[in-house]
Design a protein around this ligand. Sequence first.
Ligand SMILES: Nc1ncnc2c1ncn2[C@@H]1O[C@H](COP(=O)(O)OP(=O)(O)OP(=O)(O)O)[C@@H](O)[C@H]1O
Length: 343
Amino acid sequence: MIQFDAVHKRFANGTTAVHDLTLRMPEGGVTVLVGSSGCGKTTTLRMINRMVEPTSGTIRVGGKDVQQQDAAELRRSIGYVIQQSGLFPHRTVLDNIATVPLLLGWGRRKARAKAAELLQTVGLPAETGRRYPHQLSGGQQQRVGVARALAADPPVLLMDEPFGAVDPVVRNQLQQELLRLQKELNKTIVFVTHDIDEAVRLGDRIAIFRTGGHLVQCAPPAEILARPADDFVADFLGAERGLKLLSLRTLAAVPQGPAPEGGVWTLALDEARRPLHWAADDTTIPVRPLKDGDSLLSALNESVASPTGLVARVDADGVLTGVTSRDDIHEHANRAQGEVLAA
Ligand SMILES: Nc1ncnc2c1ncn2[C@@H]1O[C@H](COP(=O)(O)OP(=O)(O)OP(=O)(O)O)[C@@H](O)[C@H]1O
């Protein structure tokens, strides 16, 4: 657990970056800090590893006051990933990843072996270890940044807009990878972003800040989306707040029935009963079959795109299990909304 108690940060030029912040960041969870530019997210993050010192208040990591610890030692025990990866340009990828283990006195062989293992963990081929950072794409560099932060197996990971500089497709992949890694590693992660969709996707809790370093609301994504604390939060979440809430719910509990037969549109299947397309006379329309783990938002989208309003459902092998109607999806979406509001 990371615990902020009445933390205040005023820089020498008089700017108050963080104002009376009291916040708990649960162990093994991802806490995302969001808010408009200059609202104090990075300052908050950097006070955890003492790259910035608070003016007053206390910050504890795992129950220990960070002010009472040696700053260099503290930093080596906390992983840190930034937007431009921050890799050393004249060191190979493997040596970049091995930086902290070497500082901790692991010895070159052990540090490199760990680095090679981490390359695989973050989804990079072994040969990239011999390259230099400029010989990698932006997305690959960010993966190396994550591997480097994980090298000494720190319980806490600070991530400051780590995926801010890559294109949306790569960003999406990196987010999925982080979620996969987090399931295995269970780190306490503090993640800064401008992007509310990224926050909703990655966060167990989202902390929303307003200019002047004021924390406005901190809660799980579903609660923030269903019950924004005030107009500022509602505006920040944007006009698609309701749809974002649907992105957090899966299709699993929505009923399905048999595919229609004999109507204008039929669902064409291959010999293994995998959906091919919707077909009517000489017209076909693409179908995007969904699995139980897909979101209600994807289901709603697919039902609108489908000529029948029906969503084709498949199992893990892509074989048809049934279809779900737009009405059933709507009803389930309303129920989900009601549950969050009643909680
Ligand atoms: N070293 C510094 N000296 C003086 N003012 C600073 C310093 N670092 C940050 N600030 C100011 O403190 C406020 C908060 O900055 P911070 O970088 O924490 O915000 P942020 O929410 O992370 O912004 P962004 O999203 O743009 O990165 C801003 O007004 C910024 O200009």
